[in-house]
Design a protein around this ligand. Sequence first.
Ligand code: CP
Ligand code: NVA
Length: 311
Amino acid sequence: MTAPLKPVPGRPTHFLDLDGLDTAVLRHLLDVGAAYRRGEDVTGHKPLDGKMLALIFEKPSTRTRVSFEVGMRQLGGGVVVLNSDGTQLGRGESIADTARVLSRYVDAIMIRTGDARKLLDLAANATVPVINGLTNDTHPCQVMADIMTFEQHRGSVAGKVVAWCGDGNNVAASWIQAAGHFGFEMRLACPPMLRPSATAVTWARAKGARIEIVEDPAVAVRDADCVVTDTWVSMGDSGDTEQRRRLLIPYQVNRALMALARPEALFMHCLPAHRGEEVTEEVLDGPQSVVWDEAENRLHVQKSILTWCMA
Ligand code: CP
Ligand code: NVA
């Protein structure tokens, strides 16, 4: 286990995006998360006793909502859940004013929103830590759980090959950033219109990561150690969803595509899944799939993030 890393005095310890965090911090968070999963009392009994977390949801959620609430309770704290349509945020109160007000009541704020600028605005104006619970651009808590899941089953992710098939979306961007930290190769097969964030790719390559973007899913998946996909239509995606689906049909993860990966390759999906679209039932429910462990690891790694943010 790495030594706990001290936050900067006087500044809230935000968890915004993987590209803005130190590799050593992320490795520490994964180590503590894995210790929580094993049932070890690494941070002492109820380290967040009496602390409160606000959860702001401007988009739906099952896993993020429940894992943050259960995690806070297990750590001794509590949560307040704010759905935007039931708050003044939904009627136009600014995110900056909301940040100032919530900072007087709670010890940390998690937000799930569309526009990433809202996340940054919240963090700039809050005097308590802010955690990114998904934006249209990234989903860092998810990918921390995903790396933890890979390592739970296969050991260090360094030097491995992860193949992404489908929409180059928010989850793909966080995977690319993770490759910059953890030294694995990322091959993304996406239709030309749905390629991943160029900013994430440039950042990860500058960190020395090998990131390949191709059109043919067979090229991406061949001999991969892990195959990952996500929904074809993310929350808030606008435009012609039927056209999107048509573009993405060749990227479906099915038995034939999985057969090109290494025999011990894992299949991952952040969920919710759409059986028969981005993944077939036999892959999602098959022996290579670790999607339920991924969902469980959200709880463990977020407990680690929460204790680090509120240390
Ligand atoms: N994977 C994930 O973030 O799921 P929810 O949308 O249910 O929170
Ligand atoms: N890409 C998906 C992830 C859901 C957890 C979305 O943004 O809807």
